[in-house]
Ligand binder design. Sequence first.
Ligand SMILES: Cc1cc2nc3c(=O)[nH]c(=O)nc-3n(C[C@H](O)[C@H](O)[C@H](O)COP(=O)(O)OP(=O)(O)OC[C@H]3O[C@@H](n4cnc5c(N)ncnc54)[C@H](O)[C@@H]3O)c2cc1C
Length: 163
Amino acid sequence: MGFEHYDIFVIGTGSAGRQVATRCAKAGMKVAIADNREYGGTCANRGCDPKKVLLNASEIIARTSHMAEVGVTEVATINWQALQKFKEKFVSAMPVKTEDSLEQAGITMYHQSPEFIEEGLLIVEGKKVTADKVVIATAFVVNNFCNILISPVNFFKSNTIKH
Ligand SMILES: Cc1cc2nc3c(=O)[nH]c(=O)nc-3n(C[C@H](O)[C@H](O)[C@H](O)COP(=O)(O)OP(=O)(O)OC[C@H]3O[C@@H](n4cnc5c(N)ncnc54)[C@H](O)[C@@H]3O)c2cc1C
């Protein structure tokens, strides 16, 4: 059985993984990406973006209440349910937007945690795939890959790569 071969296989679709994947695809490489959660990573789904939606609203309250001394008489109030609904709508669009942009870049997508069988050989969604380079961009959950069969000579961490 022939394995699907990629130049680059990226694990993780957060800001880091997407950058690598799209840049490599733009450079003409054959790229695949995998995530075992919703596409887009922490920032888009659970971090920066939803935080900013909530923070913006609370900042308006803070600013108007601090302006009481200079004549601002109405302090804004938050309809918490409406704000949460807006945040949910904003955030729930992210995975689809992420997948659309990866698709447009010609990147193959997998929705599972790949498993290393041997160096450069992975199994994902029941398929065996090989890659010249595997980029692990899983942020804080690198420990899942402790049993990876990668020789130290071929294993670079982001802080050991020269930019
Ligand atoms: C509440 C909060 C607010 C934040 N606000 C800001 C901010 O305002 N500005 C800022 O710069 N940063 C902010 N951050 C930090 C920011 O979210 C991270 O720096 C950024 O998401 C890191 O990107 P990443 O691609 O390295 O990891 P992530 O975005 O975490 O992406 C890693 C991806 O890997 C996937 N993954 C993990 N394990 C596997 C596996 N075994 N198989 C397949 N996929 C896997 C995960 O599902 C995830 O999608 C915030 C974080 C939080 C939690």
